[in-house]
Design a protein around this ligand. Structure first.
Ligand code: ATP
Ligand code: MG
Length: 431
């Protein structure tokens, strides 16, 4: 069996056709063709036998002439009466000589005299010579008189229609198989980590289309999952680094007398972060939405500002309880405020919680970000001006994490000039 689907389906279509036609052709040859030829030959032989009877009944010259005329006019046979020379030697038999066989058998059984036939020589005419007692009878019959000669038309029709059928099958199959090949190529390139072909879309028969659609959905799900895991991992690592920085600051500030309560809090934060990540890695759903109290969050940030020697002022209007994904949202705000702590001296947060929406604005008096860079800094690992950065640990992930979180809440972050002279980050999320 061939390996390729195309070849296999062609065989599935063509093999039964050939088989069917062979059977039909065989039955036709065997039954119809042979029977008809048999009947025609019988009739011709019968006519010849009648002529012989006539000649033998009236052996005078007039009788013979009448017999020849009757044969010519009524039976379409050209009859010559020749002197009784011996018959010529039997000619070569044609290879596929059903006529020869049947005619010979008929003459033998109906007339039973020595005879000689030639079915090969002149293609339209059959010559028969029969040895009578006192003469030799030579008969020319039209071939079609003794032989079912329309077979080639039948074979032509059969061959022609099968050719048309095969062409249709080839065209049709090619169209049906192309979508399968495209699906195979797309799956293969995805499996090898290459981009799937641009123009790939589910096509073809319903089952193939379903497989294509399933492939696209699978690819999307896998990509989304990888993306989510990466986002989660970077988020957690970023947070851990922030907390470790805080540890170091606390240790430096306390000068040996460790603030156990603050460290405890940090450790608790780290633990809940890691647990969140582990549950995600185990395949549990992303963090559910829950309630977070903005006052508590801002109090923590104020603590940190104190540690870092920055000033933080907060202005909150509306309900401090907001409905968001708690860990993610506090990560978002912490990243923005953390940036401001790093690049500026004083920071101001304005939070407006209206019906259905929350707008948090973080202003600082740092160097800001030039307008043309404001989209660029959201890219992962992008950091402006390495030299101006005093806190050397930055990786350039903070803003990209923050924007992902805002967008996953259905909101966004924009950057602007701050009235304080530095950068203004505005977070708008539905809450
Ligand atoms: N408040 C700000 N004032 C001035 N420049 C800022 C401010 N916030 C961010 N930037 C600039 O945008 C860049 C990207 O910030 P992002 O938070 O993504 O990275 P990072 O703070 O350098 O590193 P990480 O947050 O990963 O520790 C920073 O390198 C900095 O140059
Ligand atoms: Mg940052």
């Amino acid at each position: 069996m061939p390996k390729r689907l195309y070849a296999r389906s062609l065989i599935i279509v063509i093999a039964p056709m050939i088989l069917l036609q062979s059977v039909v052709a065989f039955v036709f040859m065997e039954r119809h063709w042979q029977t008809v030829t048999q009947r025609l030959s019988t009739a011709v032989t019968r006519d010849i036998a009648a002529i012989i009877d006539l000649i033998e009944t009236y052996p005078d010259e007039r009788g013979k002439q009448n017999a020849v005329r009757i044969a010519q006019e009524r039976l379409s046979l050209r009859v010559d009466i020749m002197p009784p020379d011996p018959l010529p030697a039997p000619g070569p038999k044609p290879f596929f000589s059903i006529l020869d066989q049947i005619l010979s058998a008929e003459i033998t059984s109906q007339i039973n005299r020595p005879f000689w036939i030639d079915t090969v020589g002149n293609s339209n005419v059959v010559e028969i010579r029969i040895q009578l007692d006192e003469q030799v009878l030579r008969v020319f019959a039209r071939r079609s008189q003794a032989y079912a000669s329309n077979t080639h038309i039948f074979l032509l029709w059969m061959g022609g229609t099968s050719l048309v059928l095969i062409i249709i099958a080839v065209l049709f199959l090619r169209n049906q198989i192309r979508p399968i090949q495209q699906l195979a190529e797309a799956a293969e390139s995805f499996g090898k980590g290459r981009p799937t072909p641009e123009d790939f879309r589910p096509r073809g028969a319903e089952e193939v289309r379903r497989a294509g659609l399933a492939f696209l959905q699978m690819r999307e799900r896998i990509e989304r999952q990888i993306e989510q895991r990466t986002a989660m991992l970077t988020g957690v690592s970023h947070d851990l680094r922030t907390i470790l920085t805080r540890f170091r600051l606390q240790l430096a500030v306390s000068g040996g007398k460790t603030d156990v309560a603050a460290l405890d809090n940090d450790i608790e934060d780290m633990q809940s972060m890691l647990e969140g990540y582990l549950s995600f890695a185990r395949g549990e759903a992303l963090e559910d939405t829950g309630r977070i109290n903005l006052e508590t969050l801002f109090a923590k940030l104020t603590e940190e500002a104190k540690l870092r020697g920055r000033t933080l002022t907060v202005q909150l209007s509306g309900d401090p309880e907001v409905h968001v994904r708690p860990t993610a949202f506090s990560r978002l705000v912490t990243n923005l405020v953390g940036n401001s702590f790093r690049y500026a001296k004083s920071v101001h947060i304005t939070a407006i919680h209206g019906p259905g929406s929350l707008i948090v604005t973080v202003d600082d008096d740092g160097p800001g970000i030039p307008a043309q860079e404001r989209e660029h800094v959201f890219r992962p690992f992008v950091r402006l001006d390495e030299a101006r950065n005093q806190d050397s640990g930055g990786t350039g992930l903070g803003l990209s994490i923050a924007r992902d979180i805002a967008r996953s809440h259905g909101g966004d972050i924009t950057l602007d000039d701050s009235p304080l002279g530095g950068l203004r980050c505005v977070v708008r999320v539905p809450a």
